[in-house]
Write a protein that binds this ligand. Structure first.
Ligand SMILES: NC(=O)NCCC[C@H](N)C(=O)O
Length: 412
């Protein structure tokens, strides 16, 4: 039987991917709240949807089955018959103090059929949409100045981050910022109740009930034995250690984790904003993470000799660590923006390093990163460009916008 989750590499031919079509949530932004909701600008909805549809079509034209988070979520809720429970759990994490608001929101959401309910939760609920009798102080003093009872989730189209496929399992992530933390409840529900995934042997390597945080942009599957995990603004060393114990103790196929430390800054929030695999022996890299002629702090985690203990080795020669881990003779690190003082940070900001490999040596990238794209081609990579004027406003690229569920195995 085909496994619903099967990802043993970053580059094996992509068979099934999970996307989220940007909806009303990306328009429910104002300058006052966009920074807290992790956006730098407000996308133009019809254009971002057009660009996203073109991204999905590019994948389908290349033989990839595209599934949508919003649709699977509604199907899972119906299959599990858990509409009320789902609403309760979502409301419990939506920062609602007033009981009157809580109960009015619940009534409001229960009235929708499931798909509309999911779309409404994702888009956010405006105060003007519900009349609430304000007979208590918490409700009455809940000022008019803030427009939402439930915040929108504009980052949902970055399906990469709330969960990650590792081998035949997933991590369902406790995320760093409140602005994104409810997002992983959708994928948790899908894994638990959708007939395509529930009771199909999908390992949950780590669930969202943790205090330490990890995001999928920091989780790279280099091959069936080695993972690269970013220690970053969004993924803590503690979470990586805990995940390593799970993977090793539960006898997953992974034997080694390369924990790669990157600067704790917004522009490089995840490892995949500065480093992605594009072929058996080729990576994109943003020179901004390298010190002293190429050094990057890297910690190799392996099962220790004593059970329950990890063996940790500190290295700085990332290139050599990768070469050894992949068993290749030479490694080609392709610098974002050609390493130019302007083009490199400009294109990295617009996710020039954030490529989505759909087969070995074949990647999808944003058209605006023309310096990086040209360089990738010079290094023998087939580059498929997609339009990106609105998609890029959320600070994520093709890898961030996709959660691979199934990739074909590669042999080398
Ligand atoms: N893997 C990624 O780098 N995802 C991009 C996430 C962008 C989103 N606005 C965020 O700040 O979380």
């Amino acid at each position: 039987m085909n496994k619903p989750i099967h990802v043993m590499s970053e580059i094996g031919p992509l068979k099934t991917v999970l996307l989220k079509r940007p909806g009303k949530e990306v328009e429910n932004l104002t300058p006052a709240i966009m920074e807290r909701l992790l956006f730098d600008d407000i996308p133009h909805l019809p254009v971002i949807q057009k660009e996203h549809d073109a991204f999905a079509k590019t994948l389908e034209d290349n033989g990839v089955e595209v599934l949508y988070l919003e649709k699977l979520s509604a199907e899972a809720i119906d299959a599990g018959n858990i509409k009320e429970e789902f609403i309760d759990r979502m409301l419990a994490e939506s920062n609602i103090e007033s009981e009157a608001v809580m109960s009015a929101l619940k009534d409001h959401l229960m009235k929708f059929e499931t798909q509309e309910m999911v779309d409404t939760i994702m888009a956010g609920v405006r105060k003007k949409d519900i009349a609430i009798p304000s007979n208590d102080l918490t409700t009455a003093s809940n000022g008019e100045d803030y427009p939402f009872y439930m915040d929108p989730m504009p980052n949902l189209y970055f399906t990469r981050d709330p969960a990650a496929s590792l081998g035949n399992g997933v991590t369902v992530n406790h995320m760093t910022y409140e602005a994104r933390n409810r997002e992983s409840m959708f994928i948790e529900t899908i894994m638990k109740h959708h007939p395509r995934f529930a009771d199909q042997g999908v390992e949950i390597w780590r669930d969202r009930n943790h205090t330490s945080h990890i995001e999928g942009g920091d989780e790279l599957v280099l091959n069936d034995k080695v993972l690269a995990l970013g220690i970053s603004q969004r993924t803590s060393a503690k979470a990586i250690e805990k995940l390593a114990h799970e993977l090793f103790d539960r006898h997953s196929n992974f034997e080694r984790i390369l924990a790669i430390k990157i600067p704790n800054v917004r522009a490089m929030m995840h490892l995949d904003t500065v480093f992605t695999m594009v072929d058996y022996d080729k990576f994109t890299i943003h020179p901004g993470i390298q010190k002293n002629g190429g050094e990057v702090d890297t910690y190799i985690l392996e099962q220790g000799e004593e059970s329950g203990k990890l063996k940790i080795t500190h290295r700085k020669d990332l290139q050599e660590v990768l070469r050894e881990a992949l068993g290749v003779e030479k490694l080609d690190l392709i610098p974002c923006g050609g390493g130019d003082a302007i083009a490199a940070p400009r294109e990295q900001w617009n996710d020039g390093s954030n490529t989505l490999a759909i087969a070995p040596g074949v990647v999808v990238t944003y058209d605006r990163n023309y310096v990086s794209n040209e360089l990738l081609r010079q290094h023998g990579i087939k580059v498929i460009e997609i339009a990106s004027s609105e998609l890029s406003r959320g600070r994520g690229g093709p890898r961030c916008m996709s959660m691979p569920l199934v990739r074909e195995d590669i042999k080398r």
